[in-house]
Design a protein around this ligand. Structure first.
Ligand code: GLC
Length: 442
């Protein structure tokens, strides 16, 4: 089974390779996605290092002139996807790149820690790696500068997201903020959607939510994607725990790269210190013993327990009491008993938990991978092993699915039916390969 899965993982990456980048899955996602590309680069590092570097550089071809790294780069035309380039109309912004189409928002920032992990795997050695780092370091730095300059208007050390697609997509974390958007003048999108035609519609976001997602794009276009105007009037501005924890971990990775390249590190160190303090002050809830996102419109924490709340452990910024409270949630609230697999994307005891709808319950293996590394940092070795084994098991019993049902499933003839969303999904393959090939801490 394990040997089969290794072969399958490699096959999925080869199958989804498009000459200079990897698509997440042929069925649903025919372009290059931002944080997916980071994971793909990591996976290629175990197979073909040239492809690994190419993957990263292809993604940064979409970087905007102000440093923003878009959430999708449309390298090719494909009519089977909505919303495509004509919906985003990025050329209304003077910051958009001239020679490639992209979306107008960003996505979870992973390149700092991913590139550092790839470099560590290569022991930071060799002229080809060095040349790659010299090319890519200023671009990652420019992306982080963009975030702190334009997405943190009050200089808090926390950046905001302006669209749910910048983070955990359909998570219940966004329900309240999305519901508050005035959609009286929003256009109908149900006839334009393609996602719900290609996989089970009951696992996808509702039409009402989708209308809100597209309306947010309309509002950003109306101000030509100008950050100052978005900060002043946009209805969706959230200091997301997921985004900020990954940005912090990416800054830690970037710091390692900067040191290796003998660059000045003061700016990155300042970001790290400020974000560490701000996450622990503003996003930690002592009473709940958990981390939550903060809605800038209502000036309140969004008290829904999601797997993103564990990621400050991944960034290594919790004290031991916080880590203890978090692991208690993991084993007592996220799963009702040990027959379930870790880690549901929303706690099983939340009212909004939905075992099948994406980001509202199912397991995402890349998030599991981050939780695993977080648990290792705090020496919860047994729990770390459990989440790693659950992840491997889900993949081996089901295949390379996009996400998985955490509830117990019967395994018949070596196969179960817990796999959900797209199949032949690239980052699922990557996580499998990383768990097997790379024992370095993260
Ligand atoms: C879905 C996921 C998002 C991912 C994209 C491509 O939209 O929610 O996180 O980047 O698919 O795989």
């Amino acid at each position: 089974m394990r040997a089969d899965s290794v072969a399958l993982a490699k096959e999925v990456l080869y199958q989804n390779w498009r000459g200079s980048y990897t698509i997440p899955s042929g069925r649903l996602y025919p372009f290059q996605w931002n944080w997916d590309a980071g994971f793909h680069a990591l996976g290629w590092a175990y197979i073909d290092i040239e492809r690994s570097f190419l993957e990263v550089e292809s993604m940064f071809k979409g970087q905007w002139k102000n440093g923003m790294l878009p959430h999708v780069v449309f390298h090719e035309e494909n009519e089977h996807y909505f919303p495509g380039p004509s919906e985003w109309e990025i050329r209304c912004s003077s910051h958009a790149p001239d020679d490639v189409w992209t979306t107008g928002i960003t996505q979870l920032p992973v390149f700092g820690f991913i590139v550092d992990r790839i470099a560590q795997f290569l022991q930071y050695e060799g002229p080809v790696l060095h040349a790659f780092l010299e090319r890519i370091y200023p671009k990652i730095l420019a992306f982080h500068r963009y975030l702190f300059k334009h997405r943190d208007p009050n200089r808090e050390g926390l950046v905001y997201i302006q669209h749910n697609w910048e983070s955990a997509d359909n998570s219940p974390m966004w329900d309240e903020a999305l519901a508050a958007i005035d959609i009286r003048h929003a256009k109908e999108v149900s006839g334009l959607r393609k996602d719900n035609l290609r996989v089970d519609a009951s696992h996808r976001p509702s039409d009402d939510n989708y209308k809100r997602y597209i309306h947010l794009i309309t509002l950003m276009k109306a101000v030509r994607y100008e950050d100052e105007k978005i900060a002043a009037s946009h209805p969706f501005l959230i200091q997301d725990i997921f985004f900020n924890a990954l940005l912090l971990q990416s800054n830690i990775g970037l710091l390692n790269i900067a040191k290796h390249l003998q660059q000045d590190t003061l700016e990155i160190q300042t970001w790290i210190h400020r974000s560490t303090a701000a996450i622990n002050q503003k996003l930690w809830n002592e009473e709940a013993g958990f981390y939550f996102s903060f809605n800038l419109k209502t000036q309140q924490q969004i008290q829904v327990k999601t797997s993103a709340g564990f990621l400050p452990m991944f960034a290594g910024i919790c004290n031991t009491e916080q880590a203890e409270k978090l692991t208690h949630h993991l084993t007592h609230h996220f799963i009702p008993n040990t027959d379930w697999k870790l880690c549901p994307s929303t706690a099983a005891d939340e009212a909004s938990f939905d075992a099948l709808r994406y980001w509202r319950g199912p397991v995402w293996v890349n998030v599991n991978w981050m939780i695993y590394h977080g648990l290792k940092k705090y020496r919860y070795d047994r729990l770390a092993t459990q989440i790693k084994e659950d992840t491997m098991q889900l993949i081996e019993d089901n295949g390379m699915y996009e996400y998985f049902d955490a509830r117990p499933h019967e395994v018949k003839d070596g196969l179960s039916k817990a796999g959900l969303g797209a199949d032949s999904f690239s980052w699922t393959a990557v996580i499998y390969l990383d768990f097997l090939n790379n024992q370095l801490p993260c």
